[in-house]
Design a protein around this ligand. Structure first.
Ligand code: ADP
Ligand code: MG
Length: 452
């Protein structure tokens, strides 16, 4: 057994970065395989969550190859003694701190608000799609802890949630330079919490979030889904701040009720204040965002060209900005002006080929073509990465491009649960945000094929 696991590990080592391998896989032990269940021993629950979300397909792949078994599932066994062996590895603070790594900004270290200086109200373009969220953010930033507390902002990826929360922080600091503002993602909160538990620093942790904090800006709260202990901690943090009138702002990719596996009492806290959504921007807003961005970056952009780009790129602001920057780089390299001609050349691949509306089946077919797999594979329950990755990409595209509901997508992909679809969309979104090459090129290729 040990030998088999060693072989699987050495295969995995070659497929992961050293840092990820050391942090997540080196501490894992294989207890045994019985029929089609392999039992893995891990130091704590967080490892289970993390490995399930990121490495399980790779692990099963390797083990299947080693054991020549077609089907394998994992069962987990938590062994706290393993904890002792999890040695701290240095991690860049911007990367995800592994739970055992001391987070960059726990008490003892200096803490800045960690706000992104690029994101202010000044450079946020307001339109019908984000008007409410913007107004609520300005109000919360001008009069923190009063009328809009808590403020809950939700909306799809790349629509400006992180931008707005940071802007709130800047506005508060501007009025009250001494305000103790904590801006962080729910993911970092989770990691710091676990680290503090493991290293007996929970009192510090609580002091930091419940007492030495005037404003808590928590990004991407959906990360807490299914993490009961962290939710409980956050619940108490929330109450402590709320009852002393300190401002709390939370962002999420979904409306409170729609966050899966979130405790009811937290959901009702989120709903007790102001809930504001951000929608995809309308054409005029997209044009205005492009012009503003161009001005900020010193790019000479004619309104005509901005109009053209805004008509073609519709999904989200991040993509809009990306297109503009690509165009600017191309112009510079070719030593040409940014005009309609260059824009059309650059975007030709993504211009719509036909007027017929794309369907989920079209997306499935295009994804299968690209990856060289069958539609039946896509709809199967196989978890092999060669199949599961294309499946996730197809789910993501259908959701993002067609807006099909999660349950319906579950049906169209061979009768899967809607949470499977939600997880797939999230996983691909995460990969995109990390600029993962394979994901980006797959999506670009499939979108081109579909004429998006
Ligand atoms: P989210 O957190 O919702 O995924 P971000 O806040 O990271 O989205 O926004 C993605 C990019 O789009 C950022 O560079 C942000 O500055 C920009 N952006 C989004 N909305 C606007 C807007 N209304 N005006 C100007 N820039 C925007
Ligand atoms: Mg964000």
């Amino acid at each position: 057994m040990t030998e088999l696991w060693e072989r699987a590990l050495s295969d995995l080592r070659s497929r992961l970065s050293t840092e990820n391998f050391q942090t997540w896989l080196a501490p894992v032990q294989c207890v045994g395989i019985e029929k089609d269940t392999v039992t893995l021993r891990i130091p704590n629950r967080f490892f289970q969550d993390w490995i399930s979300a990121h490495y399980i397909d790779l692990i099963l792949d390797s083990l299947k190859r080693e054991t020549k078994q077609e089907k394998l599932t994992v069962s987990w066994e938590i062994d706290e003694e393993l904890q002792e062996r999890v040695s701290p590895t240095p991690t860049e603070p911007e990367r995800l701190p592994a739970p055992q790594v001391r987070p960059a900004s726990l008490p003892g270290g200096r803490h800045a608000a960690d706000l992104n200086p690029k994101y202010s109200f000044d450079n946020f373009v307001v339109g019908p799609s984000n008007q409410l969220a913007h107004a609520a953010s300005v109000a919360a930033g001008s009069d923190p802890g009063k009328r809009y507390n808590p403020l809950f902002i939700y909306g799809g990826v790349g629509l400006g949630k992180t931008h707005l929360v940071n802007a709130i922080g800047h506005r508060i600091l501007c009025d009250k330079p001494d305000a103790r503002i904590l801006y962080l993602s729910a993911e970092r909160f989770t990691n710091e919490f676990i680290w503090s538990l493991q290293n007996h620093r929970i009192t510090d942790f609580r002091g930091r979030y419940r007492e030495r904090c005037d404003v808590l800006l928590m990004d991407d709260i959906q990360f807490l889904a299914g993490r009961e202990q962290t939710q409980e901690e956050f619940f108490h943090t929330f109450n402590a701040l709320y009852h002393s009138d300190r401002q709390i702002v939370v962002t999420s990719d979904a409306y409170p009720q729609q966050i899966t596996e979130m405790e009811e009492r937290l959901i009702s806290r989120f709903q007790s204040g102001m809930v504001a959504d951000i929608q995809a921007p309308e054409l005029d807003t997209r044009v205005a965002i492009l012009l503003r961005k161009a001005e900020q970056e010193g790019i000479a952009l004619e309104t005509e060209v901005a109009n053209f780009l805004a008509q073609v790129v519709k999904s989200n602001v991040r993509e809009l900005e990306g297109t503009l920057l690509r165009l600017a780089v191309k112009a510079e390299l070719l030593n040409r002006p940014i005009d309609l001609e260059l824009a059309k050349e650059t975007l030709r691949a993504v211009l719509p080929a036909t007027d017929r509306a794309t369907t989920v089946e079209d997306i499935q077919r295009a994804v299968c073509d690209y990856f060289g797999i069958r539609i039946a594979d896509l709809k199967s329950h196989r978890r092999h990465r060669a199949v599961s990755f294309p499946r996730m990409v197809a789910m993501f595209l259908a959701r993002q491009r067609l807006g099909t509901s999660y349950p319906e997508l579950g049906d169209r992909f061979g009768g899967k649960d809607h949470t499977t679809v939600i997880n797939a969309v999230r996983k691909i979104t995460g990969m995109i945000e990390k600029d993962d090459e394979q994901t980006l090129s797959a999506i670009a290729a499939v979108e081109r094929k579909l004429g998006f």
